[in-house]
Design a protein around this ligand. Structure first.
Ligand code: SF4
Ligand code: SF4
Ligand code: SF4
Length: 316
C-alpha cells in the first residue's frame, strides 16, 4: 500500500477536480493507495485534531508520495510546502500553479505594495480600506513556484492537467519507473493543416477561428495562419486526448479554441516569449501586434522570476 498525502496551496481547486476527472482508472489505482492527508477530502488538522499540537509545527503524516497543487503566495503556504517535503519521500508538483506559479503569478508584474494599493485603496468596485493584517498569514513578496521553496521530484503541468498524466505518474511510481514528459510541442500533436504562411495579419484575441467541424481536422487551417494567436509552437505537449473519432487532438483545439500555453515551456529554461515571437515572424506575422506581450506569452509561468515589476518611469 502506497501512502499518499495531498495539499493545495495558492490554487483555484481545478487541479483537485482533475484528480476526480481520472474517472474509472482511479478505481484501479485506489486499492494500492492509502490517502493519509488531503484537505479537499478529509478534515485533517495541522496541529492535532483538537488543536492540542504545537502551534509552531505543521503535522503532515509520513507518506510515500506527496502531491501539491498551487504555487506559494504566503508564509503559511511556504510552511505547508516545507512540511510536505519533510513528510513525503517523493513530491509531485501538480498543475501549472505548482510548476510555474500559474495564473496567480501574473501578479508578479506588480510589487506587493502596488497590489495592496490597487486592491484596497483604488479598487473601482470597493470602498477604500486598510489592508487586512490580523489573523492572516503575511503575503510573500511575489508568487513562487513550488521548486523555488522545496525540491520537486515530478512535474505534471497543465491548467488543469490531463488526468491521464496523473495516472501515468502514479502508476510509474507504483512500478518504480521514472515519469518524465517528452520535450514536444502542442503543435507536434495537432492535426490541423499547416502551410507555413499566414494568410492574414493577427486578429483581435476574441475573434473566432474558422473550423471545419464536420470534416477531418486536415480541413482546418492552423490557427496562427488564420491570424488567431495560438501558443502551440512553444507549449509542452501532454494535453491531447482522443476526440469523438478516436484521433488524438490537443484539448483546446478539440474545443475549437487556440492554445493559451497552459502546459508551460517545452523544455526547462526555454523562453516562450522569444520563441513565440520567432514562430510568428517565421510565418509572416508581426509579433509586435500582440497586445500585452509579456503577460500573454508568460500567462502561466510568472514564477521563477520570469515576471517582475518593470522599473517605474519618472512621473508615472
Ligand atoms: S493550475 Fe490551473 S486548475 Fe490547477 S490550481 Fe492552478 S489555476 Fe487551478
Ligand atoms: S499553432 Fe495551434 S493550430 Fe497551429 S498547429 Fe500549432 S497547436 Fe495547431
Ligand atoms: S491546448 Fe494549450 S492551453 Fe489548451 S490544454 Fe493544451 S496546453 Fe493547455
Amino acid at each position: 500500500m502506497v501512502k499518499v498525502a495531498e495539499e493545495w496551496l495558492n490554487i483555484c481547486g481545478g487541479c483537485e477536480c482533475s484528480i476526480l476527472d481520472i474517472g474509472a482508472p482511479l478505481l484501479d489505482l485506489l486499492p494500492s493507495l492509502e490517502f493519509v492527508h488531503m484537505p479537499v477530502l478529509m478534515d485533517h488538522k495541522y496541529h492535532g485534531q483538537t488543536g492540542e499540537g504545537d502551534p509552531n509545527v505543521i503535522e503532515i503524516p509520513e507518506a510515500d508520495v506527496g502531491i501539491i497543487s498551487g504555487g506559494i503566495r504566503n508564509e503559511k503556504e511556504k510552511h505547508v510546502a516545507e512540511a510536505m517535503r519533510k513528510s513525503c519521500k517523493t513530491l509531485i508538483a501538480l498543475g501549472s500553479c505548482a510548476c510555474y506559479g500559474g495564473i496567480p503569478a501574473l501578479a508578479n508584474m506588480d510589487s506587493l505594495e502596488d497590489l495592496y494599493t490597487l486592491v484596497y485603496k483604488e479598487g473601482k468596485t470597493t470602498e477604500p480600506s486598510e489592508t487586512p493584517s490580523q489573523n492572516l498569514p503575511p503575503l510573500l513578496d511575489r508568487v513562487y513556484g513550488l521548486d523555488e521553496v522545496v525540491t520537486v521530484d515530478v512535474y505534471i503541468p497543465g491548467c488543469p492537467t490531463n488526468p491521464a498524466l496523473i495516472v501515468q505518474a502514479i502508476t510509474g511510481l507504483l512500478e518504480g519507473k521514472p515519469f518524465e514528459m517528452p520535450e514536444r510541442s502542442v503543435c507536434d500533436e495537432c492535426p490541423v493543416k499547416r502551410q507555413e504562411k499566414a494568410e492574414v495579419s493577427l486578429k483581435r484575441p476574441l475573434d473566432d477561428a474558422e473550423f471545419d467541424r464536420e470534416g477531418p481536422w486536415e480541413n482546418t487551417r492552423c490557427l496562427n495562419e488564420q491570424g488567431i494567436l495560438c501558443l502551440g509552437p512553444v507549449t509542452k505537449a501532454g494535453c491531447a486526448t482522443e476526440d469523438a473519432k478516436g484521433e488524438k487532438v490537443p484539448r483546446c483545439i478539440q474545443g475549437y479554441m487556440p492554445c493559451r500555453g497552459c502546459f508551460g515551456p517545452i523544455r526547462k529554461g526555454a523562453n516562450p516569449m522569444v520563441d513565440m515571437m520567432g514562430a510568428l515572424s517565421s510565418i509572416g506575422l508581426n509579433p509586435r501586434e500582440v497586445e500585452d506581450r509579456r503577460a500573454t506569452f508568460n500567462r502561466y509561468i510568472g514564477a521563477q522570476n520570469r515576471l517582475r515589476p518593470l522599473p517605474k518611469r519618472p512621473g508615472v
